[in-house]
Design a protein around this ligand. Structure first.
Ligand code: PHE
Length: 384
């Protein structure tokens, strides 16, 4: 039917000729809209005899598909051209003076990280780092959290899709995001990648790097991730890990270190700690640490002991973990602790909604940010 061929040629030419999204839409409505030419053809099918429909049906549908595809392709091309034009147009001259824009400020999280580095440097700790994209082994297995351990489910882990080599058994399995949280299937492969759920994998990396025969004193501040979101949880948050490995380390060293750290951090001498027995797979014994607060005009202020706030998890490094790090647990002991940095910042600087930390709202940053040259020092007061 030459009519149909003619119509196809005309429509495809019109699609190709449309120089903008509006023009393209006019072509689309003209062909496929309620009153469109192809829609009209489709309506004629109903009145045809079954034999005729068998012949004409596929032809008209073919025409509809060809035109629909051409429109989609043209739209993609126009969108791309539009984006290219915008990218070319909207250039930023980074060499322009920043007059009138105002100076930026140091985010409270960065400030607190600097304060931590400053305090712990004074106690002889180095700053260590590890990758945020971690493997299952470092994040869980080496920390004495075996594949079937319920703690994995508690961590609300963001897993990456299984590695291609490892995925043959589970072919056809769709890439998981948080859909397979903590499911045994997601955790079965210890080379599987994930977003680290805590900074504790840096314990393992630090021990491995030290080679099994040297004492270690490190803190490891950084980003961590869990699929969780409300006023006190964001999917990305910050922790600081502390690790000491040496000979003859006891719980007393842990308590003294934490007390010294918290006194320096909150810049008060009346800090009272309460160590509560707890459980972490990677420490034995484990203790959660509360810090006392007092009520001043109805507000909680750190210091005193009117009430208690949990600030960190800690304990003596588990033998299995010391072994996984390449140390002999009969010779070497250690303590470790982990602490939410965002929460430390909130307690010290008085913010009450964690989500605002990561909104990038310039007014919040101006209010809570720190001057760039206000470097924390112990002599000047860390939060100076
Ligand atoms: N990794 C633990 C958490 O994220 C904290 C912790 C670190 C506890 C080190 C003990 C020792 O909750």
């Amino acid at each position: 039917m030459t009519d149909l061929d003619q119509m196809r040629d005309n429509l495809l030419a019109a699609v190709e000729a449309s120089g903008g999204l509006d023009a393209l839409d006019t072509v689309r409505v003209g062909a496929l809209g309620k009153q469109g030419s192809i829609t009209a053809l489709l309506k004629t099918l109903g009145a045809m005899s079954p034999e005729q429909r068998l012949v004409e049906g596929p032809r008209i549908q073919g025409l509809r598909e060809a035109v629909t595809t051409a429109i989609a392709e043209r739209k993609a091309a126009l969108d791309r051209a539009d984006l290219d034009a915008r990218l070319a147009r909207e250039t930023l001259d980074m060499t322009l003076p920043a007059d009138g824009i105002g100076a930026g400020s140091v985010h409270p999280v960065s400030q607190v990280m600097d304060e931590l580095a400053e305090i712990f440097a004074d106690l002889g700790f180095a700053v260590a780092t590890g990758p945020e994209i971690e493997d299952d082994w470092h994040n869980f297995t080496a920390l004495n959290i075996p594949e079937t351990h319920p703690a994995r489910a508690m961590h609300d882990t963001f897993y990456f899709p299984a590695q291609p080599e490892a995925s043959t058994a589970g072919a056809g399995q769709s890439p998981s995001s948080d859909g397979e949280l903590g499911s045994p299937r997601a955790a079965l492969d210890s080379s599987r990648m994930l977003l680290r759920t805590h900074t504790s994998p840096v314990q393992i990396r630090a021990m491995k790097a030290a080679g099994g025969d040297k004492p270690i004193r490190i803190i490891a501040p950084g980003r961590t991730y869990r699929s969780d979101s409300d006023a006190t949880h964001t999917p990305m948050f910050h922790q600081v890990e502390g690790l000491v490995i040496d000979k003859g380390i006891t719980l007393g060293h842990l308590k003294w270190t934490l007390e010294t750290f918290l006194k320096a951090f909150f810049e008060r001498d009346d800090i009272v700690l309460r160590l509560r027995p707890s459980y972490f797979p990677f420490t034995e014994p484990s203790a959660e640490v509360d810090v006392g607060f007092s009520l001043v005009n109805g507000k909680r202020v750190i210091g005193g002991s009117d009430g208690w706030m949990e600030v960190l998890g800690s304990g003596m490094v588990h033998r299995t973990v010391i072994e996984a790090g390449g140390y002999d647990p009969d010779e070497w002991q250690g303590f470790a602790f982990g602490c939410g940095i965002d929460r430390l910042a909130m307690l010290k600087y008085g913010m009450d909604d964690l989500r605002a930390f990561f909104d990038g709202d310039i007014r919040w940053l101006k209010h809570y940010g720190f001057a760039a040259l206000d470097v924390p020092t112990l002599s000047g007061g860390v939060g100076a």
